[in-house]
Design a protein around this ligand. Structure first.
Ligand SMILES: [Zn+2]
Length: 415
């Protein structure tokens, strides 16, 4: 099973929207863009929902069967490490090996020595084909990069080997991610990270660096668009050069952990991958739950009331819910609508405040971000939430498909 040139990671926290998500890929294929669906779910999400990786596998298989999808699809063990990968190994065939926590930890002296030896040939003027400027590489710089990233790559290698040893049911796709950190990795750093990955012989299919700017959950990109464009373009060319230099897999591509809804950078990425004829993996996870919330609000009645109650609960438990996401959300409590106000909203008003349509008068990104982290409260209602989801399956599914296709895929691929 090949990941293909374009792949799209979608989350499905409650494992009920597989068909609606796949429908968006079918719509894209109808427009001539083949996108491989990847269902991603992290250990954190499983813990919050109290679900297990097999449920995600079951939901994906069911969706694929129901819609007669005969092309590849993947199950992504998202942001795993050695402490939590085991439960995913049997059920997943895509592993996002997250080594962000190991950045800055010290590699052994021997490892550092061989890293420096291997890369000393780049000291001086480094010219990467396609990039106009050249990069001045010094011995100190190389050492600093090794000290920052080598241990993390060694860890990625250990996790990869662990999966390889224990996975008995077929091949899998490997991603290395370093995105959940504050500092972006520069294209030069990416080049030497790929050097280390090549030395470890990790057959990496996708690499997820931290890009410049803020990738807050469920809302648009915040940052310097020109800087992002320059960095993204250089990263594409760096990967090209690294593939040739280090013998990495020829179809290695960038993985953008978007945190969802990075509408303003979609056209930039779309244009650049087209310019260089490159593939891409875009991960956009949490908005499926928000689309469920929008659909439930539109359904009205007890479904709308449940969504209001979840919002009231989220206001009460703000610290608990927002805390774990502190680096990826920016909520101004003063901009959150008061409970009395929300209590008077009809379904459309609730949906409009939540739905991410930039420029819409009723859209409220603070409300949206708080609801984004409030999925735990839906999970706590257990069957109540799931039964209502089932009851309003059509209107909810419609929101999910429309969101992925109209707001994400169309923007990225300019269709
Ligand atoms: Zn990520």
């Amino acid at each position: 099973m090949e990941l293909g040139k374009y792949s799209f990671g979608t989350g499905d926290r409650f494992a009920k929207q597989g068909e609606a998500q796949l429908e968006a890929m079918i719509l894209a294929a109808g427009k001539g863009v083949d996108i491989c669906p990847v269902w991603n779910k992290s250990n954190r999400e499983h813990l919050t929902i109290k679900s297990k990786p097999e449920s995600a596998r079951l939901a994906a298989d069911q969706a694929v069967k129901a819609l007669g999808w005969d092309k590849p699809y993947f199950l992504d063990a998202d942001h795993i490490n050695l402490t939590n990968v085991d439960g995913f190994i049997e059920h997943c065939n895509f592993f996002t090996i997250d080594v962000a926590d190991y950045i800055g930890k010290k590699a052994s002296d021997d490892d550092m020595k061989s890293f420096l030896l291997e890369n000393e040939k780049f000291i001086g003027e480094l010219q990467i084909p396609g990039i106009e400027e050249s990069f001045e590489i010094t011995a100190e710089m190389l050492k600093a990069i090794g000290e920052k990233f080598l241990f993390a790559v060694k860890q990625a290698s250990a996790i990869y080997q662990h999966i390889l040893m224990n996975k008995k049911n077929g091949p899998f796709v490997t991603e290395v991610s370093m995105d959940e950190v504050m500092d972006a990795q520069s294209p030069v750093e990416l080049f030497f990270i790929l050097s280390a990955i090549g030395s470890e012989k990790i057959p990496v299919a996708t690499i997820a660096p931290k890009f410049t700017g803020r990738f807050n959950k469920g809302v648009d990109y915040v940052g310097d668009l020109d800087l992002f464009e320059k960095e993204f373009e250089q990263d594409l060319l760096v990967i090209d050069f690294a593939v040739k230099t280090y013998g990495l897999p020829a179809n290695l591509k960038l993985s953008v952990h978007s945190g969802s809804d990075k509408f303003t950078i979609y056209p930039i990425m779309g244009r650049l991958i087209k310019k260089y004829n490159k593939g891409i993996h875009v991960k956009t996870a949490g908005t499926t739950w928000l689309e469920e919330a929008i659909g439930m609000a539109m359904a009205g009645g007890e479904a709308l009331q449940l969504m209001k109650n979840i919002y009231f609960g989220a206001l009460d438990r703000f610290e608990e819910l927002a805390g774990p996401y502190a680096t990826v959300i920016d909520i101004d409590p003063k901009q959150l609508p008061a409970p009395e106000q929300v209590n008077n909203w009809n379904g459309d008003q609730f949906a409009n405040a939540l739905r991410h349509i930039p420029g819409h008068g009723e859209y409220n990104p603070h409300f949206r971000q708080l609801m984004h982290v409030a999925y735990k409260l839906a999970a706590e209602t257990g069957e109540t939430y799931l039964n209502l989801l089932e009851k309003h399956k059509d209107i909810v599914g419609q929101q999910v498909t429309e969101n992925i296709f109209d707001r994400h895929i169309k923007r990225l691929f300019n269709i």
